[in-house]
Ligand binder design. Structure first.
Ligand SMILES: [Cu+2]
Length: 268
């Protein structure tokens, strides 16, 4: 008894310490056009499973009390499950399955086609960036003034991605070594970067600010250090950044440095 009380006290203590963490119970700020879709799914799933859990746990507790053992009670096995019970079970299960799971499934597919797979077209003038993942960093490449990737005027950054607000951004990714996953918590989106393949991701920011880029795929001992920084600027600020970086890029370009020429032709 004493031991279980100590254990309970310890558990309560650690739970309260956890709850005191800054940001507990809060999601990262959503600064994206479509992040609300994931949040909606998350909320509906959480509410649904909480309600179902309470109903099921309630029934379990109620039946354990009503049918508990008493000296006068004898076990009897002759009453099998009747057709009525089977029907009732089937109806309740169907309501839960088609109601809850059906809603989630329908909305997931709608969101995927209306947002995730609805890549921006050329006429929408997306900002296009090549992302090259490696253990344990993110390399970014902008085409520069000529609009062609892997040329001397490319702007190449390490762990630093700049994008404008209110403009679609299109990424194409590759990996140098193992599978990584480009993760933007503030956009509720992520995509794997896979060696030997090109994957793509698009998103759009609704407000300016500084945010983080994570790697959501365990990719080696320093996976936890694979952290990038995302700067979202007003359109003029982004244009200015591109201009400034273009001057720097020309000075930094080294024809002989083969490792630095990891870019590829943008393939649609
Ligand atoms: Cu990684």
């Amino acid at each position: 008894m004493k031991r279980s009380l100590t254990l309970l006290a310890l558990l309560l203590y650690s739970a309260s310490a956890w709850a005191d963490e800054p940001g507990f119970g809060q999601r990262p700020l959503d600064v994206s056009l479509d992040g609300h879709r994931s949040d909606w799914l998350f909320n509906v799933t959480t509410v649904s499973i909480t309600v179902l859990f309470l109903i099921m746990a309630g029934i379990l507790v109620w039946t354990s009390l009503v049918h508990r053992d008493t000296p006068a009670r004898k076990a009897h096995y002759e009453h099998g499950i009747g057709k009525k019970h089977l029907m009732l079970t089937a109806v309740i299960s169907s309501i839960i399955f088609f109601g809850v799971d059906g809603t989630l499934l329908y909305n997931s597919f709608t969101d995927l086609s209306a947002a995730f797979y609805k890549f921006p077209t050329k006429s929408e003038n997306p900002v296009v960036i090549e992302v090259y993942a490696q253990q344990w960093a993110w390399n970014f490449r902008y085409a520069g003034a000529d609009g062609v990737f892997n040329t001397p005027d490319d702007i190449v950054t390490l762990n630093e991605m700049h994008i404008p607000v209110d403009t679609p951004v299109m990424l194409k990714m590759k990996s140098k070594d193992v599978i990584h996953s480009f993760y933007l918590p503030n956009f509720r989106t992520k995509q794997d970067a896979v060696p030997g393949a090109i994957t793509q991701l698009w998103f759009q920011a609704t407000q300016a600010g500084n945010f983080e880029i994570g790697c959501a795929q365990h990719c080696g001992v320093s996976h936890y250090k694979m952290r990038g920084f995302l700067t979202i600027s007003p359109k003029e600020g982004f244009a200015q950044w591109l201009k400034d970086e273009a001057i720097e890029a020309k000075g930094r370009y080294d024809e002989a440095d083969a490792d630095a020429h990891w870019g590829w032709d943008w393939e649609i």
